[in-house]
Design a binder for this molecule. Structure first.
Ligand SMILES: [Fe+2]
Ligand SMILES: [Fe+2]
Length: 294
């Protein structure tokens, strides 16, 4: 059986370099300024939800306890996987209904949804979700799905703007968690500084085998910052461009795909060479059962 974290058959996520992650961290305080009353309402809704959530989960940004993080991340990531799938689904149906091309947006939205679900899977292999967390996750999905659908039906840009604001808070949270984990003397530093990354995360982000949990948090931070930028960009596009022009992010998927193919081809070539060396007998004659060697 394949490793559960292996995703050679999944959509290709971006594999972050350390330099890119450092660059992404510099953008942690980037905030979109609402331009309309609708956007102001969306921003206020996200901020209200963020502060209420902090209060309920006992999250204190100065020195957050470990207990407040697992609960928080599992709930947030389980909700975060909803809008991309909804947006992708609506665009898919629109393309079928209007007999029109989609210009590559569906892919970005579905990739975002899968990326968020992988964040959840990675968090699940690190934190145990108790019955309360599971109940909150289910209630959150039942409540958020119609709300996000209503935003999309009103105006697709509203959904993307809402996600953009949500991702701003996600970047903020991950940046703080990483900072606290790297700061000696904090509760997170004591608990996590030497904790290894789960296998699923190592496979998903192609990290080294000795990667740490904080390396996963850094990658989630970078992913969230990318979702923030993509969704704010889509929200700022006029409707004609959102449905009639090419997805401005499509080249990123192509580059990620090409890079992954290259890595896989290299790995396969190494395997073939290793096998050839094994097949080489003491007299340097090849005795292989591969039909290609006949
Ligand atoms: Fe996420
Ligand atoms: Fe996200």
């Amino acid at each position: 059986m394949q490793n559960p974290g292996d995703h050679s058959w999944r959509q290709q996520n971006h594999i972050w370099t350390e330099d890119e992650i450092a660059e992404r961290k510099q953008t942690a305080d980037l905030k979109h300024v609402p331009q309309t009353i609708g956007e102001r309402v969306l921003q206020a809704t996200v901020r209200f939800a963020y502060h209420s959530f902090n209060f309920v989960t006992g999250y204190n940004a100065v020195d957050p306890p470990v207990s407040a993080i697992g609960y928080r991340l599992i709930i947030l990531e389980s909700v975060a996987g909803v809008p991309g799938m909804l947006g992708g689904m609506f665009r898919h149906f629109r393309s079928l209904r209007e007999l029109e091309r989609d210009h590559g947006f569906i892919f970005t939205l579905l990739e975002e949804a899968e990326n968020e679900r992988m964040h959840l899977i990675v968090c699940m292999s690190f934190f145990e979700a108790g019955p309360v967390t599971r109940a909150v996750v289910q209630v959150a999905q039942v409540a958020m799905t119609p709300f996000l659908t209503a935003l999309y039906v009103m105006r697709p840009q509203y959904l993307h703007r809402f996600v953009g604001y949500l991702e701003e808070t996600a970047v903020h949270t991950y940046t703080n968690i990483v900072k606290m984990t790297d700061t000696p003397g904090t509760q997170l530093n004591q608990a996590w500084k030497d904790v290894p990354a789960p296998k699923a995360a190592i496979d998903y982000w192609k990290m080294s085998e000795d990667a740490k949990w904080v390396d996963c948090l850094n990658r989630m931070l970078a992913d969230e910052s990318h979702h923030r930028d993509v969704n704010h960009a889509l929200a700022s596009m006029p409707t004609e461009a959102l449905y009639g022009k090419d997805n401005p992010f499509v080249h990123e998927h192509i580059a990620d795909y090409e890079a992954a193919v290259e890595v896989r081809a290299k790995r396969r070539a190494e395997q073939v060479l290793k096998r050839a060396l094994k097949d080489l007998d003491a007299d340097h004659r090849v005795s292989s059962d591969s039909p290609l060697s006949n």
